[in-house]
Design a protein around this ligand. Sequence first.
Ligand SMILES: Nc1nc2c(ncn2[C@@H]2O[C@H](COP(=O)(O)OP(=O)(O)O)[C@@H](O)[C@H]2O)c(=O)[nH]1
Ligand SMILES: [Mg+2]
Length: 368
Amino acid sequence: MNHAGQVLTARGPAQRRAIAKAITLLESTRADHRAQGDEMLTALLPHTGRSFRIAISGVPGVGKSTFIEVLGLFLIERGHRVAVLTIDPSSSVSGGSILGDKTRMEKLSVHEQAYIRPSPSGGTLGGVAEKTREAMLVCEAAGYDIVIVETVGVGQSETAAAGMTDMFVLLQLPNAGDDLQAIKKGVMELADLVVINKADLDADAATRARAQITSALRIFGQHGHPGHARHDQSVWQAQVLQLSALRGEGLAPFWDAVSRFREIQQANGGWAERRRQQALGWMWERIDAGLKRHFRQHPRVRQLLPQMLADVGGGRLPASTAARRLVQAWQDGASQASGGPENIATEGSAPPAAGGAPAPDIGEQRHA
Ligand SMILES: Nc1nc2c(ncn2[C@@H]2O[C@H](COP(=O)(O)OP(=O)(O)O)[C@@H](O)[C@H]2O)c(=O)[nH]1
Ligand SMILES: [Mg+2]
């Protein structure tokens, strides 16, 4: 049986193995694997989308893994099947999965009804997020009805996680400095629900933090990004809860809030619209990444790039002029028979350019 068939029909440990194999296939950078992976995803697609997707975010050490472990067990007890995935673009640097999370979620990771997959390593955030998103689809097709995406809590992984989930939950520590950080980074604006964890350490501080964050969220609700229509106060007002992941306290109120959010969003169309926007946004993001990769690997661009970088860096050439020249050189080249647009591949689907991967990255700046 093919990969998709095994994911769909196998049960128990055989299914977990099938899922693992399917995700490994999707994480492969070999072009033939990518083609097989695309075929498999297409076959799985009709069976995806039925789970509720939750992002769990917060700074390292706030208790995300501890929380996911107790929440996962809580949900399994109530008849759910829980998949846990992570987005950790730094995992290529640290050389492993997200801070050893897999060992942290000791009970959950061995549970029959749970599937835990650490972050794929290597590549850009976009590449890592793509793999996580695809892994999510595999898990959904296998019948996991709750998908939890843990972010590493640094860099831009939060935005990526928010872009692939139905609900964004931000974990906070019960002290004042921490929430300011989240506000500064713009993460607070993404939150549908804020959880103050470690309330067991200092109940008073947790209460103060709750009041502070509640008022901060009110400001976002009124003056927030207009694109974040889900923060329309008449529909769903982002809430702040307290809990202790370590003691497993506060899980029932948390899940009540999640369920309420889900019902409201499903009733008013917000849920479907969010997924539609995510799918379209995802497509464009992948097109951008694919075009950029093709661009940077193109012989003419590679030839011209060092000079352009030097000239722009040295203040001898306006950046916009250099960009136009490079794009023009690429277009001229791309319109010739060899290296035509049909060869454009998305990131991760082709081996690195000859001469080593870092070369095409020279001088690239990521802007929000
Ligand atoms: N006191 C207390 N400690 C907690 C709580 N939740 C997590 N911790 C501890 O905080 C540390 C970091 O937790 P972890 O789940 O790895 O955080 P992550 O980096 O956000 O995934 C661990 O030592 C946990 O035992 C809690 O509710 N109360
Ligand atoms: Mg963790």
